[in-house]
Design a protein around this ligand. Structure first.
Ligand code: NAD
Length: 258
């Protein structure tokens, strides 16, 4: 239980399914006000919102394609218009886009991977910064930015995922600069770095490949999206992690130990 998260205003990008939606459910269960986002509303949006609101928190969905800088700024504006500010930003939207080995990487693929995984995080964080600063000032508690990194940011990524892995390493790194220059604003920056989590992200893998991957994980299985959620709650809570910033928390069943 994280009592200080009740009524916190939490924007989670890329949260129509998978890790982002599981995090949204966990925050809502603490009584937080949660903003969901994806390019388009999911088919089951009404049920999702009803479920998120059942513990007394508020929840809203905001459509925005975060590969586009203007859409990142608009998402933040829309969230603030609805909730009056931002206390916690979770940069979760991201993905492979596709798999291409080096000889096949063209400008369009380069842009698509980097726009989704790097531009989205930078531009959303940039737009949120004044609101996070205002949150910390008004509440006397640190505001929190949590970005979703990846095991690929440590290891380089799997087949055809070099740009994706590099983009995640870029996130791991750019946070360090943000810590240096925005701690004065009382904003903390941390990364949740998942290993292999059973979401649509791995839809391209058959049972044999999944078994081979599982064999390389000390816990012997893929992680579940819900198993990522407590790490977000921890970094969002000033009471739990008010002195923790600039860290990467690897949630990976032991698959990789930095
Ligand atoms: P997912 O495909 O289930 O969910 C991705 C979410 O992002 C969806 O809600 C989707 O609608 C949204 N999204 C995609 N493109 C978007 C865009 N342009 N604008 C706005 N939203 C967009 O995947 P997931 O596994 O839940 O991944 C979530 C995050 O975790 C990603 O950053 C991913 O790179 C990272 N990650 C996943 C794993 C894993 O094994 N699943 C491992 C390491 C890191």
């Amino acid at each position: 239980h994280f009592p200080d998260l009740a009524h916190k205003r939490v924007l989670i990008t890329g949260s129509s399914m998978g890790i982002g939606l599981a995090a949204a459910r966990a925050f809502a269960a603490q009584g937080a006000h949660v903003g969901l986002n994806a390019r388009r509303a999911p088919a089951e949006l009404a049920e999702i919102l009803q479920d998120l609101r059942k513990d007394g928190g508020e929840a809203e969905f905001f459509a925005a394609d975060l590969a586009d800088s203007a859409a990142c700024a608009k998402l933040v504006d829309d969230f603030v218009a609805r909730f009056g500010g931002i206390d916690v930003l979770i940069n979760n939207a991201g993905g492979l886009v596709g798999r291409k080995p080096l000889p096949e990487i063209d400008d369009a693929f380069f842009d698509a991977v980097n726009d989704l995984n790097m531009r989205s995080v930078l531009m959303t964080t940039r737009a949120a910064l004044p609101h996070l600063r205002a949150s910390a000032k008004a509440s006397g508690q640190s505001a929190s930015v949590i970005s979703v990194g990846s095991i690929a940011g440590h290891t380089g990524g799997g087949p055809g995922a070099s740009l994706y892995g590099a983009a995640k390493a870029w996130l791991h790194n750019i946070h360090k600069n943000w810590v240096d220059y925005h701690t004065q604003d009382d904003i903390r920056f941390n990364i949740v770095s998942p290993g292999t989590v059973d979401t649509a992200f791995h839809a391209d893998k058959n049972d044999e490949v999944r078994q081979r991957i599982s064999n390389g994980i000390p816990l012997g299985r893929f992680g579940k999206a819900e198993e990522m959620a407590p790490a977000f709650l921890f970094f969002a809570s000033h009471a739990m992690s008010g002195y923790i910033t600039g860290q990467i928390l690897d949630v990976n069943g032991g698959q990789y130990m930095p």
